[in-house]
Design a binder for this molecule. Structure first.
Ligand code: FES
Length: 351
């Protein structure tokens, strides 16, 4: 690097200075007219396509309103390829998607085909107005404030503010209502119960302690919700069970377990933890055998399995809940009880 280059870049990186030194600004490439710029027929066609996309969006919005007001919440129906499901929420989702997609595609197509695509460069100027203009604006606003008598009539100011704020409330409540009923305590209850066997997911095989060797990881579901038995279940029950009951089973060296509660709730070093991340609910399924860390692939929350699955890194706010386990009379691992706390994201516990 020459002395000259260093002088050119007293604060910046050497590369940028060197680049300035060696390359000329190539400028803006010459403009290439698009078809719609030179052919009125192509422009008209593009205009019709954009209008069609905006019309599609309008139809989507009208469809959303129709579903919202004319279908019954929770209404179920048969949907091709999926089977029976909640068509009310499906309708809301699809119509809203069409509405947003129509606007997005329309605007994009408009910009690409009809709006000017001539590249220009503009000098940057200070954006703030000069002192004189700012003073005049302040005087203007202050005159308006006084002429509306807001300074002398605080009652009007407060009631107008209240009326305008409340005006939006019914709409907001209607929209929030469309998101479905509040979950109540459903989120804090799982299907795990005392004496329920731990079954390998997805085979549905019961597990003996001797199967769980150190370093191996078992993905587990409760008896009756996995394997053959799961085929009898309603798909929505199955999905809910997957989202709440999945656990991860690992054998640790008992000497490495730091908490006595964790040791007691386990069985000879085998411990079972909820697989649902306490951040926003992704499956925590990456086990680092050497460090005994459990990793959530979504936002990298990391839990220490030897220390009550406490969070040691990432955005999760609380440890993964532990499922107390033991063995039944036939020597299979079973739940000694249900979860003692809600599984999944911490915000479910609010209130
Ligand atoms: S869901 Fe696990 S870290 Fe975000």
């Amino acid at each position: 690097m020459s002395d000259t280059t260093q002088e050119l870049a007293p604060h910046g990186g050497e590369n940028s200075a060197a680049t300035t030194d060696r390359f000329e600004n190539p400028g803006i490439p010459p403009h290439v007219p698009r078809r719609a710029d030179v052919d009125p027929k192509a422009a008209k066609r593009a205009e019709r396509q954009v209008a069609a996309l905006f019309t599609l969006s309008m139809l989507g919005t009208l469809g959303f309103i129709a579903v919202y007001f004319f279908m019954e919440e929770g209404q179920r129906g048969w949907v091709f390829w999926i089977g029976e499901m909640d068509v009310y929420h499906l309708g809301l989702g699809l119509t809203l998607a069409v509405s947003l997609l129509g606007i997005g595609l329309g605007a994009g197509h408009w910009a690409k085909t009809l709006m000017s695509d001539v590249e220009v460069s503009e000098e940057r100027h200070p954006q703030a107005s000069d002192d004189q203009a700012r003073l005049e604006t302040a005087q203007h606003l202050s005159r308006g404030y006084r002429s509306a008598q807001l300074n002398r009539r605080p009652l009007l100011l407060m009631t107008a503010g209240g009326a305008l704020s409340l005006f939006a409330l019914p709409l907001a409540l209607q929209v929030a209502g469309g998101l479905g009923p509040l979950p109540g305590n459903k989120l804090s209850i799982t299907n795990w119960k005392k004496d329920m066997r731990l079954m390998i997911d997805p085979s549905g095989t019961p597990i003996r302690p001797e199967h769980v060797t150190q370093g191996s990881v078992f993905h587990v579901m409760p008896e009756g919700f996995v394997g053959e038995a799961a085929h009898e279940l309603d798909p929505s029950v199955m999905m809910t069970a997957k989202a709440k009951d999945s656990i991860i089973l690992v054998r640790l060296d008992p000497a490495k377990i730091k908490s006595s509660k964790q040791r007691e709730w386990g069985y000879q070093g085998i411990v079972a933890y909820s697989k649902i991340c306490t951040h926003v609910g992704c499956p925590v399924a990456l086990y680092e055998q050497q460090t005994h860390h459990l990793l959530c692939p979504c936002h990298q929350s990391t839990f220490d399995m030897t220390d009550d699955c406490k969070v040691i890194f990432g955005p999760a706010k609380r440890p993964l809940p532990q499922l107390p386990i033991t063995v039944d009379g036939e020597g299979y691992l079973v739940a000694a009880d249900g979860f003692a706390e809600p599984v999944g994201p911490s915000f479910w516990e609010r209130g």
